[in-house]
Design a binder for this molecule. Structure first.
Ligand code: GLY
Ligand code: MN
Ligand code: MN
Length: 414
């Protein structure tokens, strides 16, 4: 990674990258530290207070680590010596951070914007080594999801289920979550970034859980939705099946050269058709997609890049392209081998949208609002897997958690 970056930037300038710094929370206490993703990418160093200097000309790599005193050793324990750090991280030289200023002297450093762009470009395609780390994050997160499926019962609190998920990850040695767990019972499933996790799961409701751990910085991002009592009602089954069929069709279509925004439109069309069959939408599918009526029930993107960040870099300026579709989409990129992306369609019944006067006027011919209101106790369904784009053929799915209705009901069996 460091070599590739040196080649990309070249020239006489040094490449300088600062690692994350500890963030104080209050007296003597710091927030849990998580290394900056760029620094992890280039060094694998998980400790705060480090710096990296690469010299593209001489190819010399110098890591700067904090100088620790005996006080630090008393409170924090063993810290690798510079010689040990050199060995562990495979750099040419390790120096102390207090020597950095003198080391840089008057030498020119590559501008931050160029460095940012080069890193965005490099980080987009995952190497085999990175994919192995992502597989581990997915494997552990998938097992944790299955444990929650087996544990969920009406009467449990959302945070009890969160505890099951997070304990499984921690027991496997994955100390960091990739993002705050969303554990949403019933109507809370319609809150896209629900974080309270304090409600009680009730009989007859769905549970939507969007949670993933990271391994050496690499994220998993997985969502499953299933019935609290282990058996879908006919109405839950209808909505679930629309989301599932949409997700499977989009995974099948996610191949090299396909533009992510076109996949998003495909998912909107499939959801529009499904919601038409339930009588929630009416009219031509194109009009429902382009006019935004589908967004009343599916107001987020289908996919995003996944890697060291849960919403990972999108490939740098070189890959930037105009959105070829008629709908607003944030992530627009032509898929390449080694891209890891999520596939996460959903259908939600969101009071703030369904009751909005301006939206009701705008979509009065396309949406059956009386019917939509009858779903206000429903919550939502999202199904999210993580996939790797392959050079040939269909994508490889990293997520191993039941999602077919029969398999979900079997996994939730009491
Ligand atoms: N968990 C955040 C997302 O699905 O994008
Ligand atoms: Mn996601
Ligand atoms: Mn997610």
């Amino acid at each position: 990674m460091r070599r590739a970056l040196g080649r990309r930037l070249g020239g006489d300038s040094l490449i300088y990258l600062e690692g994350g710094k500890p963030v104080p929370r209050n007296f003597d206490v710091e927030y849990v530290f998580r290394q900056s993703s760029d620094f992890l990418y280039l060094t694998g160093v998980e400790e705060p207070g480090c710096h990296l200097v690469l010299d593209p000309k001489t190819r010399r790599e110098t890591l700067f680590v904090p100088r620790v005193d005996s006080h630090h050793r008393v409170w924090e324990g063993h810290v690798p010596s510079p010689a040990q750090a050199r060995e562990i991280f495979g750099v040419d030289r390790v120096m102390y951070a207090d020597e950095l200023k003198k080391f840089l002297g008057r030498r020119k450093v590559a501008p931050k914007a160029r460095l940012r762009d080069a890193l965005d470009e490099l980080r987009a395609c995952k190497t085999d080594g990175e994919l192995a780390l992502m597989r581990r994050a997915s494997e552990v997160s998938g097992a944790a999801h299955r444990a929650v499926m087996a544990a969920a019962r009406p009467g449990m609190k959302e945070y009890e289920l969160q505890a099951v998920f997070e304990a499984e990850c921690l027991k496997a040695g994955l100390k960091h979550l990739a993002y705050p767990s969303i554990v949403a019972a019933g109507v809370n499933g319609a809150v896209l970034h629900y974080r309270h996790n304090t409600a009680t799961l009730r009989d007859g409701e769905l549970l939507l859980i969007d949670a993933g751990a990271e391994h050496k910085g690499y994220a998993a991002d997985i969502t499953r939705t299933y019935p609290a009592n282990g058996k879908f009602t006919p109405r839950q089954r209808d909505v679930y099946q629309i989301v599932l069929e949409t997700q499977k069709a989009c995974i099948e279509a996610a191949r090299v050269g396909v533009v992510s925004a076109d996949l998003h439109v495909r998912s909107m069309r499939l959801i529009a058709e499904g919601l038409k069959s339930l009588g929630l939408l009416r009219g031509e599918t194109d009009g429902l997609v382009e006019g935004g009526a589908v967004r009343m029930f599916y107001p987020h993107g289908l996919t995003h890049m996944l890697g060291l960040d849960v919403h990972d870099v999108t490939g740098g300026k070189k890959r930037a392209m105009p959105n070829p579709t008629k709908v607003p989409v944030r992530f627009v990129a032509k898929l390449e081998p080694g891209f890891v992306i999520t596939m996460e369609p959903g259908v939600y019944f969101i009071e703030a949208l369904i009751k909005d006067a301006a939206l009701r006027r705008k979509h009065k011919t396309s949406v059956d609002f009386a019917k939509a209101e009858s779903f206000l106790d429903f919550g939502g369904v999202r199904i999210e897997d993580d996939i790797v784009i392959q050079a040939d053929g269909p994508a490889q799915n990293l997520t191993d958690v039941p999602k077919e209705i029969a398999a979900v009901e079997a996994a939730c069996a009491r």
